[in-house]
Design a protein around this ligand. Structure first.
Ligand SMILES: Cc1cc2nc3c(=O)[nH]c(=O)nc-3n(C[C@H](O)[C@H](O)[C@H](O)COP(=O)(O)OP(=O)(O)OC[C@H]3O[C@@H](n4cnc5c(N)ncnc54)[C@H](O)[C@@H]3O)c2cc1C
Length: 807
């Protein structure tokens, strides 16, 4: 066994084998994998191993496409062929029009990744899958490349290829401890000796938290018991001249695929069970949980109705094994929060289908610092402090119970809520607030017009349309107030703070005390890493503000680049403060009524910051606006938030101040062309492509990503960010929808979209091929199955002169 290597991957299931192989593909061959038992002896060996291309986001579709291409290539390798039923095809069923609408949207998403799904009706479902009954069925989404693979052969093939490239695999080598050294390198302690290395990767499946504990972290991953059975041969299959397509049924929560001449049928029962919450038997190896078909009876009946053939066939065997889930259903693939040189590829609930792609994206992150796609949807840093073991278990159960039921826009499921609140959450609830969830925070979306108001979740505009219109009107004509909780806020202090930040962001750091500036952070490749508002509070104190979920992500990046001499310090105030925003032409009057001092335009113009009191509550007030109206962000310590809220509400009464929610904010920011981090601002594009040239100061001597950016600038844009107005009133576009030309060829992707109430326009933002970026260019957007005319417009659709913000 080596005693020194570059990377140690811990765990020899699909996650570890794929990572090891892809590291060698990225050029790192001095890498090893250690496995406590035999390869695939965790979950992987007994997986149903279905390999679908379906995904809800472009990143997920893209990584699955990679898996499929890789598996096909491995299967066809004459030296080591493996069993892969490639392209049997698969159907996701639907019995409601709303589900069909969702599928139309996902078809549009996949198109941008070069993947063609098809929407088929009930009769066509039955034609393609002769065992399916059309009762209570509307149709389904057809994935032509769906299939299944032999999981053990797959892992062996990946390990073999990795070995051929120089990697080493040590079986029967349990990792017993991890030590990190001052220079951030590691020693991996195993039962067979120590290995020193630069980087460790946790790929330990359901034992993720045993190995997490060795480095002092808890990962938000919980295991669920999951069962399938294999049937005896079915005559119709034996006589069929084609293999049965795969089937996933959100109506009755089961899936099935052909196995030999029978079926493999798996269940997502409501009466489901977590597993291993209080520790896992060390001897649970190549093992299964006890069969428990009674538990799946609710789902089994539905499966029998959908596939009557199941009632006539015997059960050959039952498999019940642990499967890992996270808080939002997507795995954790990337840097481990708060650690250096440590990565994970964990929480895979569909690891066979996705594992090829996840290992690919992880290896790119390890070797290059970033992957070819923006990986935020799988980034382990997307959850912060609230992501504890109990919350994870509740969300795992909920997700398992809804396995094939995708989330509709604005649908926030109830388990584990409320997780993060502020002192005024109950006050806002009493005022009728409907909340959504942002990184665990209960964020007000709109105020319900009546206590029993309900929205129908839909990809179309719904009952909230008129409600949000009224909130926007109040802001536009008088004044409104909203709470922005969970906003990420770092206090950066020290004599070197400003000069250091100047090397971190590509924009100008505000110089004058009392000034605020919007800035962008680039990664080493010159693409957009982050967006931050910098507020100059004193000679050596700057507040750094960024999106609500960015705390761990941004802290990770900033600390990595912190000067070693201690001249700059960073402290997170994210959980200590909350923002109250007042916006609208009367907002200055409200502020002046509750806070001493001169708040006039001259004394406190747009982009100013000042410490002040709101009534008796201390606050940091910034004149910044995400709505396009005159507005103030008032940052208040949480223990005095209610006091500040009462003071502002009291003062607002004179002006008929209304509460407004995040849906109104979303509409207004679209009309101003303001971007959202990780929707419109992603690591795939640089600030020029993202249409932010005014925030790039190339005359600065140095900033992270500058050299790479200069090179990219010379090469010209890969894609260009645009605003669009879409010619329809029944539905907004949705992130991931495809933008196509007159011939239906995909020329871009929507990043965010919604209705602009002040401009009466259906607005969208997205990236297009550069030749489609000129103002006035006509394109089409594929919105829930329809190709709708759209035009490229100036981003500032509302108040382009900024007269209202500066008023
Ligand atoms: C019944 C069932 C059906 C499924 N069907 C599908 C499907 O159809 N399609 C699909 O895509 N997915 C499916 N899955 C999920 C899929 O099987 C898993 O996502 C995948 O196998 C997880 O792989 P992994 O590598 O993350 O974990 P594992 O396979 O569990 O591998 C982790 C490895 O880490 C090793 N390890 C742990 N601790 C240590 C240590 N201290 N030192 C060294 N090594 C250690 C373990 O021994 C193990 O080999 C199914 C799962 C189940 C249970």
């Amino acid at each position: 066994m080596k005693t020194r290597t570059k990377v140690v991957v811990i765990g020899g299931g699909i996650a570890g084998c794929s990572t090891l192989y892809h590291l060698t593909q990225e050029g790192w061959t001095d890498v090893v994998l250690v496995e406590r038992n035999e390869l695939t002896s965790g979950t992987t060996w007994h997986s149903a191993a279905q390999v679908t291309n379906f995904g809800a986001t472009q990143t997920m579709v893209g990584l699955k496409t990679h898996s499929i291409a890789l598996y096909k290539e491995l299967a066809e390798d004459p030296e080591y062929p493996i069993n892969y039923h490639h392209a049997d095809g698969g159907i996701r069923l639907a019995n409601t029009e709303a589900q069909m609408e969702g599928y139309r949207h996902f078809i549009s998403v996949a198109k941008g990744m070069g993947v063609d799904f098809e929407l088929i009706d009930a009769e066509e479902c039955a034609r393609r899958h002769p065992l399916v009954s059309t009762d209570n069925l509307l149709g389904g989404l057809w994935d032509p490349l769906d299939g299944d693979i032999d999981p053990a052969q797959l892992c062996q093939a990946l390990a073999r290829r990795a070995r051929l490239a120089g990697a080493e695999v040590y079986r029967n080598t349990p990792v017993t401890g991890l030590t990190q050294h001052k220079d951030d390198t590691w020693t991996v302690h195993t039962e067979n000796g120590d290995i020193d290395c630069d980087i460790v990767v946790n790929a330990c499946g359901y034992r993720v938290n045993e190995v997490g504990a060795m480095m002092g972290v808890h990962h938000p991953v919980a295991s669920m018991e999951h069962q399938y059975f294999l049937t005896e041969p079915i005559k119709a299959i034996e006589e069929s001249d084609f293999r049965m397509p795969l089937l996933r049924c959100p109506i009755s929560d089961y899936y099935c695929r052909q196995e030999k001449n029978g079926l493999l049928v798996g269940f997502y029962e409501q009466d489901c069970k977590t597993w291993g919450m209080d520790g896992i038997d060390p001897n649970f190896v190549n093992a299964l949980c006890p069969d428990d078909l009674d538990r799946v009876m609710d789902v089994l009946e539905g499966a029998f109705e959908r596939m009557p053939a199941l009632t006539e066939v015997g059960i050959h065997s039952i498999v019940n094994g642990p499967i890992t889930y996270t808080i939002d259903g997507a795995p954790l693939v990337g840097p481990i929060p708060g650690k250096r040189n440590a990565f994970c590829i964990i929480g895979l609930r569909a690891g066979l289908g996705e594992g090829g792609g996840h290992g690919w994206l992880l290896a790119q992150q390890i070797v290059h610092g970033e992957a070819c796609y923006d990986t935020w949807v799988i980034d382990p840093r997307r959850f912060t402090g609230h992501a504890n073991v109990e919350l994870t278990a509740l969300k795992a159960i909920e997700d398992y119970q809804n396995e094939f039921r995708f989330h509709f826009p604005h649908e926030h499921r109830p388990a584990g809520r409320p997780a993060k609140t502020t002192p005024i959450t109950p006050i806002l609830a009493a005022a009728g607030a409907e909340f959504g969830v942002v990184n665990g925070w209960e964020r007000m979306e709109f105020i319900k017009p009546t206590p029993d108001f309900h929205q129908t979740y839909s990809f179309k505009f719904n009952e909230t349309f008129d409600v949000v219109a009224e909130e926007v009107k109040a802001v536009q004509t008088s004044v409104g107030m909203t709470e922005v909780n969970g906003f990420n806020r770092f206090e950066i202090t020290g004599p070197g703070a400003r000069d250091w930040l100047d090397t971190i962001v590509c924009s100008r750091v505000p110089k004058k005390i009392g000034k605020v500036g919007l800035t962008y952070l680039l990664n080493d490749h010159g693409n957009i890493k982050g967006e931050a508002t910098l507020a100059n509070l004193s000679e050596d104190k700057i507040w750094y503000g960024s999106a609500a979920a960015s705390e761990y992500h941004d802290m990770d990046w900033l600390q990595k680049h912190l000067p070693k001499d201690g001249s700059v310090e960073i402290k997170s105030l994210t959980n200590d403060y909350t923002i109250l925003v007042i916006a609208g032409p009367k907002s200055r009057d409200v502020l002046s009524a509750v806070s001493r001092g001169d708040w006039s335009k001259e004394a406190f113009p747009w982009l100013s910051v000042r410490e002040a009191f709101i009534g008796i509550a201390p606050a940091v007030v910034m004149s910044v606006s995400f709505s396009g109206e005159l507005a103030y962000e008032i940052h208040v310590p949480n223990n005095q938030l209610y006091a500040a809220y009462l003071a502002l509400r009291g003062a607002g009464e004179t002006f008929g101040m209304k509460l407004f929610g995040s849906m109104a904010v979303e509409s207004m920011r679209l009309e101003k062309g303001y971007r959202h981090w990780k929707a419109d601002l992603i690591t795939e594009f640089n600030p020029f492509e993202s249409d932010l040239p005014r925030f790039v100061k190339l005359d600065k001597p140095a900033f992270i990503g500058k050299d790479a950016l200069l090179k990219m600038k010379e090469d010209g844009p890969r894609r260009s960010f645009v605003s669009l107005v879409i010619d329809c009133t029944h539905a907004p576009a949705h992130g991931g929808d495809s933008i196509v030309d007159a011939d239906g060829k995909c020329v871009g992707t929507i990043t965010s979209a919604g209705w602009g109430y002040r401009t009466s326009k259906n607005i969208a933002m997205g990236f297009v091929d550069p030749e489609f970026a000129a103002i006035g260019t006509e394109v089409f957007v594929e919105v829930i199955g329809e190709s709708i005319a759209a035009k490229v417009v100036e981003p500032d659709l509302y108040d382009p002169e900024y007269a209202r913000i500066r008023a």
